[in-house]
Structure formats: C-alpha cells, structure tokens
Design a protein around this ligand. Sequence first.
Ligand code: AMP
Ligand code: MG
Length: 348
Amino acid sequence: MNTVLENMTDGVHEDGIRRAGRVLRNGGLVAFPTETVYGLGADALDQDAARKIYQAKGRPSDNPLIVHIADWETIEKITEDLPAWAKLLSDAFWPGPLTMVLKKSAAVPFATTGGLSTVAVRMPDNAVALALIRAGGGYIAAPSANTSGRPSPTTAGHVAEDMDGVIDMIIDGGPVLIGLESTIVDLTEEIPVILRPGYISREMLQEVVGPVRLDRGLISEDPSVHPKAPGMKYRHYAPQAPLFIVEGSENRVREKINALTAAEHERGGLAGVIATDESLDFYEHAAVKSIGSRDEELSIAQHLYAILREFDLMKVSVIYSESFETPRMGAAIMNRLMKAAGHQVIHV
Ligand code: AMP
Ligand code: MG
C-alpha cells in the first residue's frame, strides 16, 4: 500500500483534512498528531475498520481502543448512564490528556472495546486531531501509532518507521507536546480509579471529583494482581536492547553506570546511557543521551520514547537509565520507563 503523507506542521489544511476524513469514512487508517503521542485512527463505530487497527499494529485483540471525540455533546451516542463526574472532568480537562472509561452504548462495536462493555473516551487538545475527528464522522478509535510493543511515536517520522506501506495516510503535525499517553480514569466504579498515570495527576483529578484511587494492578508487586486496563499488562514501550534503571543517590548512580558501561565496553558491546543535561558529561565508554533537564519534567516526558527509538537505530547492546522522580509527572514517567525496562532495577 502507498502511504500518503499530508504535511500540517504549520496548522490545519482544510483540503488535506477533507481527504483524510474521506479515508476514515471509507474504513481506512490515518495516523495523526495529538498532544500526547501520534494516534492510529479508524472509524470507531465500524467494526471492520477497528479490526484493521489491530492488524496494522499487531495488537492483541483483547486490548481495547480509545475513542476520540471532538465535541462534548457527541458523547451521548456512545455511552450509557453517564455519571456526573464525566461532565465535571470534561469541563476541567477536555480537550486534554485525560481518557475516561464509561459504560458503552450499543453503537460501539465490541471490536473497538476488545470485548468489554465499557468504552474509553478522550477529546485531544490538538487542532489537526479535532478537525480530523469531525471530518471522519465524529468517533475515531486511535491507539498509539506504533507497532505493538515498540515505543509510542512522538513524531511523524517515528510513525513512518513502523507504519509506512501499512496504512493509508500519515498527517505530520510536528513533534507532540507531552510525549506520554493520556491519564486513564475509570468512572464505572464507586470512586474514580486511575488505570494509567499520565500528565493529569491524581491530585488534579481529586480537586474536581474528590477521592480517586490507583488501580491495584499498577502498584502491586504481586504478579497475580492484573491491571484493569488490559494494555497495561503487556511489556510495552520496549526498546530492542535490555534496559536497566539504576536507582540511588546521584553520585552512586553515576559511579555505578560508569562501572557498567566500562564492563560492557570490555566485552566488546556498546552501552547506551539515558542521562540528563546535568549529568551528561559525567559518563564514559557509552553512547550518552540527555533526556532533558531535571528542572523541566515536560522535556523528560517529551524525549523518553524518542531516545528509546534512537538507541534501537544505533543498535546499542544494553541501556542504563537514571531514574526520574520528578514532582508532578514523575509517576507517569517512571511507569513508562519501568515497563520499558521490564521492571529491571539496579539499586545502589
Ligand atoms: P493506547 O491507545 O496505545 O494508548 O492504549 C489504550 C489503553 O487504554 C490500553 O492500555 C487499553 O487497555 C486502555 N483501555 C481502552 N479501553 C479501555 C476500557 N474500556 N477499559 C479499560 N482500559 C481501557
Ligand atoms: Mg500504545
């Protein structure tokens, strides 16, 4: 298949949006920018179109898709028993990086929800995405536009690495703003439950809806406690080389990583190091990349997946990462990094 590239790095182009909307309404696949990561869109109410997403990504069919909408009123058609929390959270955070899990209506096929009777809904904060959703019929299922298991794409170039020749169209809207997937909050329980941490923190949610808890599957060390969001149980976001997170005081982390990279060098391998602007110059015998400054957690979030992809291209033999306990997005950043590392942590 020839994948058409539409350039919208300078904003929405109406003619390109019309073409993309037509592809979606005919059951095709269009990758597009959002503020979190690039999404792989299909008509969420067309089960054959939704199935194509699973095929293109190689995604397990029990891992449900998030339905993207552009206008609050349109939520009625795809949900039932909408709780009052939904409107409160929409007023506070939509358009934005928050996904709500709600009871689904009959209009949403089980192919879209991975067989669940709930549906995940989000309104992205990106002008190209909102225009595309409206042009494509109003309900666009869109997981991250990567091959299943690879790091999520934060540029159109990343999307092309995985999807060129496989999907109908890629819209280039430039690099994304946030770089981590949305916070997912389940509103079908007694109190709201965070199923996936993201830019919108637990504290921000609690200011709007009162008590919010974290899904036990996210925090439990017990492997028999499964996360409620099916996607969170897969090893995800993973680079090709084994990744280890080194945790401890700043100095000891730096010393330990240098000892490990020297050992790798002696074995004839090349280690990649995920450092920060502050620690970049400290490391030796390794391919060292800064993920950003410790004072700017958004820059750490923005660069995480791109760095993992760069190390894939460089074919490093192992990756060592500092740990990033930043104040607001730290939980989300460390959740993705831990999953990329398959929970391999070296304590020093
Ligand atoms: P992605 O689109 O790649 O960000 O993945 C979507 C995430 O949302 C996955 O972790 C899914 O398991 C989760 N998800 C989607 N729909 C639901 C739902 N109805 N209930 C729980 N989790 C969901
Ligand atoms: Mg994904």
